[in-house]
Design a binder for this molecule. Structure first.
Ligand SMILES: Cc1cc2nc3c(=O)[nH]c(=O)nc-3n(C[C@H](O)[C@H](O)[C@H](O)COP(=O)(O)OP(=O)(O)OC[C@H]3O[C@@H](n4cnc5c(N)ncnc54)[C@H](O)[C@@H]3O)c2cc1C
Ligand SMILES: NC(=O)c1ccc[n+]([C@@H]2O[C@H](COP(=O)([O-])OP(=O)(O)OC[C@H]3O[C@@H](n4cnc5c(N)ncnc54)[C@H](OP(=O)(O)O)[C@@H]3O)[C@@H](O)[C@H]2O)c1
Length: 599
C-alpha cells in the first residue's frame, strides 16, 4: 500500500495523533502519514450528478465522503417530479438531454450500448442509478438531510477544517467537523424571474410562471401562449406547447443561432464538433472566419434571417440553443417568433415592434436561473448577478487552505457530467496534498484573464458567467491531475488509438488512458465508441440498395459466362473462330439476350 495514494484505514475522526517529524521517513510528508492513519472526511453537499462523481472520486483517493442530500433520492435535476422540491431543480416531463451519451458519460463507466444517443431524463436516471450501484455510492449519502451552514473552524488557518451543520427531515440538527467540503448544489435551481422588466405583468389576466414550473402541455390545448426567452428551455417549451396550443409566440430580445442534435449523416452533432483536430484547426483561424464558417453551415439548414431568429451577435458569442424541431414549428406557423415584450395589457401582449397579440392565456418565463450558496457566509464565495470569482471555477482563491471546492458550477459547450467528474478528480487530490494550488496572486490573475476572455467573446448576460469550452477546459484540469492524453506519445506507442483521440470525438475515456485513476477499459471504450452510437439505431434490418454498380457487375458476370460457354461449344472449330470472330458473337446472342452491339 502506498500511503501517498491513500491507504483507507477508517478511524474515529476525533482520534488525535501526535507524531514528531523526527519519526517520519524522509520521503513522507505529515499528510501521507495521516493518510495511513485516518482517511480525511469530506462533506459532499448535493447528491446530483456532480455529487455522485465527488463521492466516487473521494473513494478512489481513499478519502471518506459523507454526502448530504436534501431530497430522498439521487439524481438532482434529472429526477422528474410533478411537484418540485423547494431546494431542487425541476424539469418538464418531455425533457431529453442535448448532450449525447458518449459525450456525457462518466469517464470509466460507458452508457450501455443499447441506450439511445440522446436520452430521456428517465434513462439518465437509470444510468445514474447503475453508476451509484456499481461503485456502491449510495451508502455514503444521507438523504433528507439539508446542509444549513458551513463555517471555517477557529483553527482553519492550519487545520483547513469546516463545521457543517445539517438538518434532517424530522428537524433534528447536527454539527460535524470535516477536513474538506465539496459544494455540488447545482446552478439551475432558483428561477431568474425578471418581472420588473415587464410592465403590466401584475395586472395580466392570464397565468404566468417560470419554465422551472412547466411540466406538460395538456392544460394549454387551444390556448394562446407567449414564451419569453430563447435558451434551451424556451426552445423546448415553445415547440412542445405549439403542438397543443392555438398559437405560441416565442419572444426573444436578441435572437439566437439554432443548433441541432442530429448532425451530418445523422451522427450526434456534439460528436462531430468536439474533436481535438477540429478545435485545433479552428484555433488557428481568425475568430471571425470560424464564426462565418459555422453560421454559413447553420444558415444552409434554414435562413435565420428569414425565420426571424438572426441575432446581431456571432454564433460563438452565445450559449447554444439546440432544437431540431423549432424551425419546423416556425415553418408550420404554430410558433411565431416575436421581439421582446414591451408591456402586458389585460390579456394582451404588446411587443417592442408595436404588434399586439390578444387573448393570451399563458406566459412562460424561460428566462434562466440564478445561483447562490445560502449555507456559506457571503465573504467565502461572493456572488453578484451570477458572477463568481473562483480559481478554475472551483476554488475560492482567498482561503488560507484549499479545502473548499465548488463542483459543477460551469456551463460547458458540452456535457456537465464529465467536467464535474474531472473537477472532482483534481479537488480530491488537492485535499490530499498531492496537487498544489498556486499562490493567490497567480489564481487571481487566472480568474481575471478568464473573465476578460469571456467578456470579449460572449454577449454580456447573466447566463454567460461560467462558460467553458469543453476540450480546452478538460485539458486544463487534466494537466493538473496528470491525465491529459499525450498524442505524440500515443502516436509512437499506439497509432490507432492516437488517431482516434486526435480525429475522433473527445469522449471522456480519453482522460482515463494513463496517470492517476487510469482505467484499463479506456482504450477499448474509445475504439468501440461508434459501435455504441450505432447500436440503438439498428432496430430494423435494411435491405442493400440495388445500386447501378451491382447491376453493372451482374451484366459483366453474365457476359463473361456467356463468352466462356460460347467458347466451350465452339472448341471443336477453334480454327473457324479465329478466322471469323463474328461467328462467336452470333453464338453468344443465341445463348443470352444481351444488348450487345457490333458497333
Ligand atoms: C432543463 C435543463 C436541462 C439541462 N440539460 C442539460 C444537458 O442536456 N446536458 C448537460 O450537461 N447539462 C444539462 N443541464 C444542466 C444541469 O444543471 C446538469 O446536467 C446537472 O444536473 C448538474 O448536476 P449537479 O449535480 O451539479 O446539480 P443538480 O442536478 O442541480 O443537483 C444538486 C443537488 O443538490 C441538492 N442540494 C441543494 N442544496 C442542498 C443543501 N443545502 N443541502 C443538501 N443538498 C442540497 C439538491 O437537492 C440536488 O439534488 C440542464 C439544465 C436544465 C435546467
Ligand atoms: N434539452 C436540454 O438539454 C435543455 C433544456 C433546457 C435547458 N437546458 C440547459 O439548462 C440551462 C438553462 O437554460 P434556460 O434556457 O433555462 O436558460 P438560459 O440559457 O439562461 O436562457 C434564458 C433566456 O431568457 C432570456 N432572458 C433572460 N432575462 C430576460 C429578460 N429580462 N428579458 C427578456 N429575455 C430575458 C435570455 O436572453 P438573453 O440571451 O438576451 O440574455 C435567454 O434567451 C442551460 O445550460 C441549457 O443548455 C437544456
Amino acid at each position: 500500500m502506498n500511503p501517498c495514494t491513500g491507504g483507507v484505514m477508517k478511524s474515529s475522526y476525533y482520534f488525535e495523533v501526535i507524531i514528531s517529524h523526527d519519526f517520519l521517513p524522509h520521503c513522507f510528508t505529515l499528510d501521507c502519514w495521516f493518510g495511513i492513519i485516518m482517511a480525511k472526511r469530506i462533506a459532499v453537499i448535493g447528491g446530483g450528478t456532480s455529487g455522485l462523481a465527488c463521492i466516487k472520486c473521494c473513494l478512489d483517493e481513499g478519502l471518506e465522503p459523507v454526502c448530504f442530500e436534501t431530497s430522498d433520492d439521487i439524481g438532482g435535476l434529472w429526477r422528474f417530479k410533478e411537484n418540485p422540491d423547494p431546494d431542487r431543480a425541476s424539469i418538464y416531463y418531455s425533457l431529453i438531454i442535448n448532450t449525447s451519451k458518449e459525450m456525457m458519460c462518466y469517464s470509466d463507466f460507458p452508457i450501455p450500448a443499447h441506450f439511445p444517443n440522446y436520452m430521456h431524463h428517465s434513462l439518465i436516471m437509470d444510468y445514474f442509478r447503475m453508476y451509484a450501484d456499481h461503485f456502491q455510492l449510495k451508502q455514503h449519502i444521507r438523504f433528507q438531510t439539508k446542509v444549513l451552514r458551513v463555517t471555517p473552524r477557529p483553527d482553519f488557518s492550519h487545520s483547513g477544517q469546516w463545521d457543517v451543520e445539517t438538518e434532517s427531515k424530522d428537524g433534528r440538527r447536527e454539527k460535524q467537523v470535516f477536513d474538506a467540503v465539496m459544494v455540488c448544489t447545482g446552478h439551475h435551481c432558483h428561477p431568474h424571474l425578471p418581472l420588473q422588466d415587464f410592465p403590466g405583468i401584475d395586472m395580466f389576466k392570464g397565468k404566468f410562471f417560470h419554465s422551472r414550473d412547466y411540466k406538460n402541455p395538456e392544460e394549454w390545448r387551444g390556448k394562446g401562449v407567449v414564451v419569453i426567452g430563447i435558451g434551451n428551455s424556451g426552445g423546448d417549451i415553445a415547440v412542445e406547447l405549439s403542438r397543443m396550443a392555438k398559437q405560441v409566440y416565442l419572444s426573444t430580445r436578441r435572437g439566437s443561432w439554432m443548433l441541432n442534435r442530429v448532425g451530418d449523416k445523422g451522427v450526434p452533432s456534439d460528436m462531430i464538433f468536439n474533436k481535438r483536430a477540429l478545435k485545433w484547426f479552428l484555433g488557428w483561424l481568425p475568430v471571425g472566419f470560424s464564426n462565418s464558417w459555422r453560421e454559413k453551415q447553420l444558415n444552409k439548414r434554414f435562413d435565420h434571417k428569414l425565420y426571424g431568429l438572426q441575432p446581431a451577435h456571432r454564433v460563438f458569442s452565445q450559449h447554444p440553443t439546440i432544437s431540431d424541431d423549432l424551425p419546423n414549428r416556425i415553418l408550420s406557423g404554430t410558433v411565431s417568433v416575436k421581439p421582446n415584450v414591451q408591456e402586458f395589457r389585460g390579456s394582451s401582449v404588446v411587443f417592442e415592434d408595436g404588434t399586439v397579440e390578444d387573448d393570451i392565456d399563458l406566459v412562460v418565463f424561460a428566462t434562466g436561473y440564478t445561483f447562490s450558496f445560502p449555507f456559506l457566509s457571503s465573504h467565502v464565495i461572493p456572488v453578484s448577478k451570477n458572477k463568481v470569482s473562483l480559481y478554475k471555477y472551483i476554488y475560492p482563491p482567498g482561503l488560507e487552505r484549499p479545502t473548499l471546492a465548488v463542483i459543477g458550477l460551469i456551463q460547458p459547450l458540452g456535457a456537465i457530467m464529465p467536467v464535474s467528474e474531472m473537477q472532482a478528480r483534481w479537488a480530491t487530490r488537492v485535499f490530499k496534498g498531492l496537487c498544489k494550488l498556486p499562490p493567490i496572486s497567480a489564481m487571481t490573475k487566472d480568474i481575471k484573464a478568464k473573465e476578460q476572455a469571456m467578456a470579449q467573446r460572449y454577449v454580456a448576460a447573466q447566463r454567460h458567467t461560467v462558460q467553458v469550452d469543453y476540450i480546452p477546459y478538460m485539458d486544463e484540469l487534466a494537466k493538473q491531475v496528470g491525465v491529459r492524453p499525450s498524442i505524440l506519445k500515443l502516436l509512437v506507442t499506439d497509432p490507432r488509438l492516437a488517431l482516434n483521440v486526435m480525429f475522433g470525438p473527445c469522449t471522456p475515456y480519453q482522460f482515463r488512458l494513463h496517470g492517476p485513476g487510469q482505467w484499463e477499459g479506456a482504450r477499448q471504450a474509445i475504439l468501440t465508441q461508434w459501435d455504441r452510437v450505432n447500436e440503438p439505431l439498428r432496430t430494423r434490418c435494411t435491405p442493400e440498395p440495388q445500386s447501378q454498380r451491382s447491376s453493372h457487375s451482374l451484366i459483366f458476370s453474365v457476359s463473361v459466362a456467356a463468352l466462356l460457354s460460347a467458347l466451350y461449344y465452339s472448341r471443336a472449330s477453334l480454327h473457324t473462330l479465329i478466322a471469323d470472330p463474328s461467328s462467336l458473337l452470333d453464338k453468344i446472342r443465341a445463348l443470352v439476350p444481351l444488348p450487345l452491339t457490333t458497333q
